[in-house]
Design a protein around this ligand. Structure first.
Ligand code: FAD
Ligand code: UDP
Length: 377
């Protein structure tokens, strides 16, 4: 006999877990959450490695948000430890405050400077553009030529395997420019990591009498054995439709971990390399992820690459032809009855964790009452 549930949720990352929790708790719906990975958490998952350092499985996951509702919601499932994340850029033989700010300018000119001087210099560096059509035009108009060439051109080429002018403006719009000397990498008021890691956060999110979780479960393998009123799909939208318009392009990464017999390898948790090195960044999680074993640390180098067979789908490609292909799938998704597509893969967007959480909270509010009425509860 098929297992009957109200909602089958494919994917136990932020999108699927938050939706399942809300639909179960706030709307009384019975949810089955399946994930092909052996753990919940999706890309945010982390583990204690052999050195006793908590290391993210899929690159740095620095949680931050300016959304009070998202913060309030997630604080119910974990104790969050504040972390003012720091990033530096290493190039031309030195470390630079990043994202670029007044202190970066001071390092460039080799002396203290005022905001007014910095602003006048920036005006000379900038190439005004009312409607930037690509990432290079955007960066030249906002960051100016010096910062763009020094910090962004090389990094972006490595990250995407394309020139910045072949990418959409939103990629480099992720690099802000600051007029003060704030050394934090991000400005969001809540910057924190969950105690016990994302692994524990997800255990708690999914611990509910109306939620059943099946890990190591491929949707195709279990679908015939489940009868659900509604499907929430947080897997890849092209996969759901059997790649009928061709596979959507993704950028992937290779991670290289190394054990270093030292208290610290680098000054901060993330060092970006816009220069000729084959990696884009080196992350040293021990600075921020919790346990701090003595005399040893773990570092992770990131090597971007085109997604080959067996590679993870990490980043949707922010380029016009990829977006056009994704729009064909988005139209199919809207027309598909009884299925809701969510999350970064389900909607083919470059989304941070807080945004995915906010969207799932909103989606549950829209879907919950309807599904509850349909279920007669
Ligand atoms: P996912 O986490 O990918 O979850 C989808 C789940 O669905 C997966 O677990 C997958 O196994 C499962 N699934 C898919 N298809 C099937 C199937 N057919 N059957 C069964 N299961 C299936 N965000 C931040 O806020 N801060 C950061 O610092 C940050 N750093 C990042 C670094 C990297 C390298 C990357 C790639 C992303 C980063 N992000 C960061 C973004 C963050 O990873 C996403 O916002 C988040 O993972 C989105 O959650 P999701 O549930 O949509 O997707
Ligand atoms: N970027 C850059 N130089 C840097 C860091 C980022 O040019 O030192 C560009 C690059 O194109 C990258 C984008 O900005 O893909 C977004 O960077 P972010 O650090 O937000 O990437 P993520 O952490 O999501 O991988």
């Amino acid at each position: 006999m098929a297992r009957a549930v109200d909602v089958l949720v494919v994917g136990a990352g932020f999108a699927g877990a938050v939706l399942a929790e809300r639909l179960a708790e706030a709307h009384g719906l019975r949810c089955l959450v399946v994930d092909r990975r052996p753990h919940a958490g999706g890309l945010a998952h982390d583990t204690l490695d052999g050195n006793g350092v908590r290391v993210p499985d899929h690159g740095p996951h620095w949680f931050r948000t300016a959304d009070a509702a998202v913060r309030g919601y997630l604080e119910r499932f974990a104790t969050w430890r504040p972390v003012p994340y720091r990033i530096v850029a290493r190039c031309d033989g030195r470390d630079w405050p990043f994202p670029p700010n007044l202190a970066t300018y001071e390092r460039l000119v080799g002396r203290a400077a005022t905001v007014e001087e910095f602003e006048r210099w920036l005006e000379r560096q900038r190439v005004p553009c009312a409607a930037p059509r690509n990432a290079e035009e955007w960066a030249l108009a906002h960051l100016g030529r010096e910062f763009f060439e020094r910090f962004c051109r090389g990094y972006t080429r490595k990250q995407w395997g394309r020139e910045p002018r072949e990418l959409e403006p939103e990629v480099l719009a992720r690099v802000p420019l600051r007029l003060d000397r704030d050394e934090r990498a991000f400005r969001e008021p809540f910057q924190a990591l969950p105690e016990g890691g994302f692994a524990r956060l997800f255990e708690r999110l999914l611990l509910h009498p109306r939620i059943e979780v099946r890990l190591g479960a491929e949707w195709r393998a279990i679908r015939a054995a489940v009868r659900a009123r509604h499907l929430v799909w947080t897997g890849a939208v092209d996969e759901y439709f059997d790649f009928r318009h061709g596979p959507l392009p993704y950028r992937s990464l290779r991670f290289e971990r190394e054990t270093v017999a030292a208290e610290r390898f680098q000054a901060v948790e993330q060092v970006n390399y816009p220069g000729d090195e084959p990696w884009t960044r080196i992350v040293e999680p021990k600075h921020v992820t919790g346990p701090r074993p003595a005399g040893v640390t773990t570092i992770v180098r990131e090597f971007p690459r085109a997604r080959g067979p067996g590679d993870e789908a990490y980043y949707p490609v922010p380029a016009a032809e990829a977006r056009a292909a994704a729009e064909r799938y988005a139209a199919d998704a809207v027309a598909e009855r009884g299925v809701t597509f969510a999350g970064r893969l389900g909607t083919y967007r470059y989304l941070n964790m807080d945004r995915v959480t906010a969207e799932s909270l909103a989606l549950a509010e829209r879907l919950g009452p309807r599904l509850r009425a349909e279920a007669g509860r």
